[in-house]
Design a protein around this ligand. Sequence first.
Ligand code: CO8
Length: 399
Amino acid sequence: MMNFDFTPEQEMLRQTVRKFVDKEIMPYIKEWDERGEFDRNIFKRLAELNLMGVCIPETYGGMGMDYNSLAIVCEELERGDTAFRTAVSVHTGLNSLTLLQWGTEEQKQKYLVPQARGEKIGAFGLTEPNAGSDVASIQTTAVRDGDDYILNGQKTWISLADIADHFLVFAYTDKSKKHRGISAFIIERTMPGFSSRPIKGKLGIRSGNTGELFFDNVRVPKENLLGEEGEGFKIAMSALDNGRFTVAAGAVGLIMACLEASVKYCHERKTFGKEIGRHQLVQQMIARMEAGLQISRLLVYKVGFLKNEGRRCTRETSLAKWIACDYANQAADDAVQIHGAYGYSNEYPVERYLRNSKAPVIYEGTREIHTIMQAEYVLGYRQDKPLRKTLPAWRPAEN
Ligand SMILES: CCCCCCCC(=O)SCCNC(=O)CCNC(=O)[C@H](O)C(C)(C)COP(=O)(O)OP(=O)(O)OC[C@H]1O[C@@H](n2cnc3c(N)ncnc32)[C@H](O)[C@@H]1OP(=O)(O)O
């Protein structure tokens, strides 16, 4: 059965996040963006609003809502700013859901529960200076030493690098096995030999924290191996399935923001004796934004639906991520164009939208990676195999 209605709980959730964004992000975002600093208080507030583990089961400290509720949170947050949605994507999408899927009961109790409650922040360390799209090229190593592993290497472009308490980190335990020799580890910031530093001078998502991680003989107990040795590549990819879903949902929010600002400006600004909204080439841009919004939303909620059913949806997620981020990038470009010269200044928010819209087209699989994946699926070169551990289907809480 298909149902496009939101539940009263989902509507309430949307209103909660929207109110939070309007009151606690919008008035300050220009200043945070200019300063290029992440406001740590945001996480505290998100935790107070129970938004740090929306779709994590209540038994693990979350709200127990469905996967589309997470999409709603991401949409509304990115309507405020891409950086804050990115933070939630990393904390919940890439980290917490991966712990839920692959973690042992002990790991869930120790790491997932405090993350879902918002007491601790989680992040994800995969990309390296010489390994972005080509994940199997990572050089970080983890060598077994008694009951521990010794990690050495470096990660870059890590969201929340200087903020997170826990990181999922990917390293080779056996280089000879190629991608099947990568393993996943839970690393704590306090482990000796771990350090981080911020990356400065970003085009966009300036109010977010992005940085590098360094592992200098970090001793990690074997209990912190996530999944089995050699399962790291699959764990990273399944984490990206969750992360990309939230990125796509966020892109929907960015299109909403572009439309909101553009519609307002279309009614305010007059040229040739009429509101600019009356000019057909401006209308074309507005129509393209609306089409992008509706198409992207359908793709995102379909992924949420499949996730609720407990079905693997790598293919659908990749499509949603690619299309929604491309539309958001186009919508931001159109929004600046509609605002003309004013769109080029930070007097209006649309220049920030354009700068921000570029990151999601690059991170969590570039536009090019997703284009290739889609072609490979259609041509029959790529098939999704069943996984040893799957993300649990969503079940409504019993009263
Ligand atoms: C802009 C400023 C901020 C920048 C921030 C940057 C930080 C980030 O974005 S974080 C991560 C970004 N990185 C990515 O998104 C990586 C992009 N690359 C990919 O997605 C993949 O490597 C991709 C699609 C190219 C495929 O790689 P490829 O080497 O062909 O692997 P592939 O053959 O498909 O799969 C290898 C194995 O993994 C399994 N696998 C593939 N996908 C999945 C999945 N989704 N779930 C589980 N297992 C999977 C396969 O079944 C296969 O298993 P087996 O070993 O049993 O055969």
